[in-house]
Ligand binder design. Structure first.
Ligand code: PGA
Length: 257
C-alpha cells in the first residue's frame, strides 16, 4: 500500500510574526513542486491563526503541538480544546511529544486521553513514541514502544489509527544532532508497524509512521529510504526554509522513486 509521505515541522516554542511570515512564504512557494509530499507546519498555538492566513490556499497543512485532554471546554486555565484548534484551521495535533512527557509530566494515560480528545474534534493526532538512551542501552526499546503505543490502542481501539499518524522519536536523537541510523530507524518502524499488524493488517499497511530526531537536509534521504519510514517530524531544521524544503525534496524523491 502506498502511503503518502508526510513532512511535519514542529516549530516548538520558536517563531515571531516576522519569521513565521517569511518561513511560510518560502514553503508555500515551493509546495506546488512537492505534490507527492504532504507538508505540515505546527507553530506555537498563539500563531496558528496568522500562520493559517499566510498559508492561504497553498498546499500546506496546519497543526498544533498540544491540546487539552478534556472532552468539554470549561474551567481549565491555560489549556486549549481541540475544537478551538480545529476552528482556527488545524488538521493535525502532536500528542505525547517527549518534551511534554519529560518536562510537563504527561504519562501514557494522559497521552491516550489527548489522542481521543483530538479525534473527537476531527483532528488527526500525531502520536509520538520513543525510548530514552538509558532504555535503549538496557535493551528496553521494544518494550517501551510496545507500551506507549499499546496504551493508545487499548484506549482508542485499533481502528482509530485509520485517522492517526505515529512518530517514532528516539529521545536521545531529539535536538542532539545524533539521528538514529537508518538501520535503527528501520528496526523501530518495522516493530511499530508489526504492533499494528498484530491487531489489524489493513491498519498496519495504511498508518503512516514518521521518523523524528535530528533529521537534517543531509541525512533525510537515507532515513527516508526505509520502507516503513513514511516521512519525518522535524524540529530544529523546520525553522529554516532551505533546510525544511531540502527535507521535503528528499521525501518527494523517495515517493517518486
Ligand atoms: P529535532 O526535533 O529535529 O530538533 O531533533 C524533532 C522533534 O522533537 O520533533
Amino acid at each position: 500500500m502506498k502511503r503518502r509521505k508526510l513532512i511535519a515541522g514542529n516549530w516548538k516554542m520558536n517563531g515571531s510574526h516576522k519569521a513565521n511570515a517569511e518561513l511560510v512564504a518560502a514553503i508555500a512557494a515551493r509546495a506546488p513542486e512537492l505534490g507527492l509530499v504532504e507538508i505540515l507546519v505546527c507553530p506555537p498555538a498563539v500563531y496558528l491563526e496568522s500562520v493559517g492566513r499566510h498559508i492561504g490556499n497553498a498546499a500546506v497543512a496546519l497543526g498544533a503541538q498540544n491540546l487539552c485532554e478534556q472532552a468539554a471546554p470549561g474551567a481549565f486555565t491555560g489549556e486549549l480544546h481541540g475544537a478551538m484548534l480545529a476552528e482556527v484551521g488545524c488538521r493535525y495535533v502532536i500528542v505525547g511529544h517527549s518534551e511534554r512527557r519529560a518536562l510537563y509530566g504527561e504519562d501514557d494515560s494522559r497521552v491516550a486521553q489527548k489522542f481521543l480528545a483530538a479525534q473527537a474534534c476531527g483532528l488527526t493526532p500525531i502520536l509520538c513514541v520513543g525510548e530514552t538512551l538509558e532504555q535503549r542501552q538496557s535493551g528496553q526499546t521494544e518494550d517501551v514502544l510496545e507500551l506507549q503505543l499499546g496504551k493508545v490502542i487499548l484506549a482508542a481501539g485499533i481502528q482509530a489509527f485509520a485517522r492517526a499518524v505515529i512518530a517514532y522519536e528516539p529521545v536521545w536523537a531529539i535536538g542532539t544532532g545524533h539521528a538514529a541510523t537508518p538501520a535503527q530507524a528501520h528496526e523501530a518502524h518495522a516493530f511499530l508497524r508489526g504492533q499494528l499488524r498484530g491487531h489489524d493488517a489493513k491498519i498496519a499497511d495504511s498508518t503512516r509512521v514518521l521518523y523524528g530526531g535530528s533529521v537534517k537536509a543531509d541525512n533525510a534521504a537515507v532515513l527516508f529510504a526505509g520502507e516503513d519510514v513514511d516521512g519525518g517530524l522535524i524540529g530544529g531544521a523546520s525553522l529554516k526554509a532551505a533546510d525544511f524544503l531540502a527535507i521535503c525534496v528528499a521525501a518527494q524523491a523517495r515517493a517518486a522513486g
